[in-house]
Design a protein around this ligand. Structure first.
Ligand SMILES: Nc1ncnc2c1ncn2[C@@H]1O[C@H](COP(=O)(O)OP(=O)(O)OP(=O)(O)O)[C@@H](O)[C@H]1O
Length: 259
């Protein structure tokens, strides 16, 4: 049975690579207005589960539902069109264009503004203003005119987030969003994720190894281990549960120490 209020749901979602089951019958529903952290040791299946949700990978079995609709057979673009947003799928498209131009294209695509309307000065101004606002939100306005190819890795990751914002998705999927960012860039992205989480119609999924980030942002933690969902619930309870202490926290503690 579908969960009536779930925005996104995976049911018995499974993928097998040869003889290896990387995601094994994972069933999980996500409600609007929540941020769920997905944690687990390296190789647990977190990114693979994300890939199955966003359509980068096709399931061997099980299904994905968005607003109750079965989207399992849809490709990445169709899923994005329906409101699934994932940062990395949007980058590397136009490395020679400026940061602002990249976001402008995302704004135009979101609002289906075609070539004819693109010519209108008022439309162009409108799109530029919106694009600049998204760049401001990720603290990138000062790099607006720089070509993407010349941006640092951290700035490119912030731009990915700006592009995702521009597409105005319902579901925001972040896979280690602050990885590779300098210390002063991290709070910008974490604050932004916290702001998105405040919006009651949005679902945020966050794959994250850093437990301090998980503790500060998550309403709920889902734990994957060997491709299976082994714990799911309120953060304090999940972190305290024997299965997490045993299966995950040793690894998490090491990750925190080396961060
Ligand atoms: N395309 C693929 N072909 C074969 N095996 C794969 C493929 N993609 C993932 N796997 C395997 O699936 C398992 C889960 O990998 P996945 O990257 O999803 O784990 P993860 O939890 O995201 O790990 P990490 O925290 O290190 O990113 C691993 O054993 C991985 O080697």
């Amino acid at each position: 049975m579908a969960s009536p209020t779930a925005v996104l749901e995976t049911r018995d979602l499974t993928i097998q690579f040869g003889g290896h089951v990387a995601v094994n019958r994972v069933s999980c529903a996500f409600q609007a207005g929540t941020l769920t952290a997905i944690v687990g040791p390296n190789g647990a299946g977190k990114t693979t589960w994300f890939n199955l949700i966003s359509g980068q990978l096709r399931a061997s079995a099980g299904s994905v539902h968005l607003f109750g609709e079965d989207i399992t057979d849809l490709g990445v673009a169709a899923r994005a069109d329906k409101g699934l947003g994932r940062a990395f799928q949007l980058t590397n498209l136009f490395p020679d264009l400026s940061a602002l131009e990249n976001v402008r294209l995302a704004v135009a695509s979101r609002h289906r503004i075609g070539h004819v309307f693109w010519q209108m000065a008022s439309k162009r101004r409108d799109i530029s203003d919106r694009a600049a606002e998204y760049l401001r939100q990720v603290n990138m306005l000062h790099r607006a005119d720089d070509a993407v190819a010349n941006l640092s890795h951290g700035d490119q990751r912030k731009l990915e987030v700006a592009l995702m914002l521009a597409l105005e998705p319902t579901v925001f999927m972040f896979d280690e969003p602050t990885a590779g960012m300098s210390v002063d860039e991290v709070p910008v992205i974490l604050d932004l994720i916290a702001q998105i989480k405040q919006r009651e119609d949005k679902v945020v999924l966050l794959v994250e190894h850093k437990m301090d980030v998980v503790r500060s942002l998550a309403d709920r933690i889902v734990v994957l281990h060997n491709g299976e969902l082994v714990a799911d619930g309120e953060p304090t309870e999940v972190i305290a549960s024997p299965i997490v202490q045993e299966a995950y926290l040793g690894v998490a503690a090491e990750a925190e120490e080396s961060a």
